[in-house]
Design a binder for this molecule. Sequence first.
Ligand SMILES: [Fe+2]
Ligand SMILES: [Fe+2]
Length: 163
Amino acid sequence: MNLLEKLEQGWQKLASNLDSKQQAERKLLEALQRDYAEEIGLAEALKKQSENVPYDHLRQKLLNIAEAEQRHAEMLREKIRELGGEVKARRLTGDSLSTLDLLKILEEEKEEYTEYLNARALAQEAEREDIRELLERIREEEVLHRKQLMDVLSRLNPLPIER
Ligand SMILES: [Fe+2]
Ligand SMILES: [Fe+2]
């Protein structure tokens, strides 16, 4: 292989690396936009559901989770803007999250956990360590939400729930 061919190969490699990084960044942006809409929807659903809870301390637990989801949404919004994207408060597909009952909210929390795992992998591919760290922090909080929600549910519902 002569020098020119070697140079050309080097450029091609560089270009394809840049390309895959850009692709990962685009996918990451889409994932963050999805997550943002879900956090907003969950926060709304939790606030709505808290109105039906007849015990102050349990109602407060739901409101605390709603506040955390709102915070997650705000942190995600910042990163979405950094990546040059816009935030959409509504999911493009599927039903509205804001009408979910507590059991469905619990399901959503479980799904969120997996989604943040995937988004975290995209952040790594896109070489965005700051976003990867943020997603990891949010994911850890989702684990707590799941436990807190199960706790509220088990106190509200005398029937044993699936764990
Ligand atoms: Fe969240
Ligand atoms: Fe959560």
